[in-house]
Design a protein around this ligand. Sequence first.
Ligand code: NAP
Length: 291
Amino acid sequence: MFEQLGLIGCGLMGGSFALAMKKAGLVKRVVGYSKSPSTTERARSMGVIDSEAPSALQAVSGSDIVLLAVPVAATEATLKAIRHLITPNMLIMDVGSTKRNVVDAARRVLRDQVGVFVPAHPIAGKEQSGVEHADADLYAGKQLILTPIERTLTVQLQKAQELWTALGCHVLKMSPESHDAAYAAVSHLPHLIAFALMNAISSQEHGRDYLSLAGPGFRDFTRIAASDPTMWRDVLIANREELLAQSKIFQRNLQKFEQLIASDNYELLEGMIEQASQTRAHWRMSGGKKN
Ligand code: NAP
């Protein structure tokens, strides 16, 4: 049980964490800070936080657990703003979708204190951002990736693992580099493709008419194109090397498909679709459907 959660970033992810901690009886009090006072005020009126802090530093004051739930590009400035009040017993975590840049920022800013910071990425979320979409059950049954570094304190890592497990998450540990490589392939590239596809269609002369005719397959495929622009701008740029490498692999595969279609190669085209279909079916059976 924690005494006080200092929540920095009272949006979808931070608000959901506060609600989940309260629902699980893991925290007595939540003090929140967000960039706009109106957001923090809304979080308080919704019961997501118990009191508003006028600065990130004051949200940390008196807290034994701190969660950064801000856009990944704001991590470094946020850590700088709070570092003077960090104590050795605090557990500090983030929920950023990229991990190498977050860990680099933590190393630069926290230096000797970096051991109290446990980088985390919940594989959960929604297209809608903002505290009004916060949900106490957002994390239940989802994967949670921890990316500790060599200096992460064992005791803080253990606390983080127990906490997310108590919120119903399946906790995995990996290096920040492995995390960014994997999520470039299974999250950042799919978002990039969904954004590009929507723009490719809507920029055509008859694009809007085509969109009005689209069915459930298109709806499923493009759901993530409705995601928050600021958050995704930061994620795509923060993980640019891994993402661009994945994009090249994707383009090579797309070209293979195009060549087979252009040359009427029914047999190989069917084989390539069969391979994709089997991989998808196997992914669902091996647990992919829970995400
Ligand atoms: P969100 O709903 O937009 O919430 C972000 C919050 O951070 C907002 O309340 C915003 O305040 C606040 N904020 C922005 N810059 C700040 C700063 N410099 N200092 C203090 N507060 C600041 O976004 P979210 O979806 O919760 O995303 C938060 C983090 O979760 C991101 O790092 C993202 O990569 C990660 N994540 C998101 C998802 C997802 O599906 N959404 C999934 C996994 C991980 P204002 O309201 O005042 O602007």
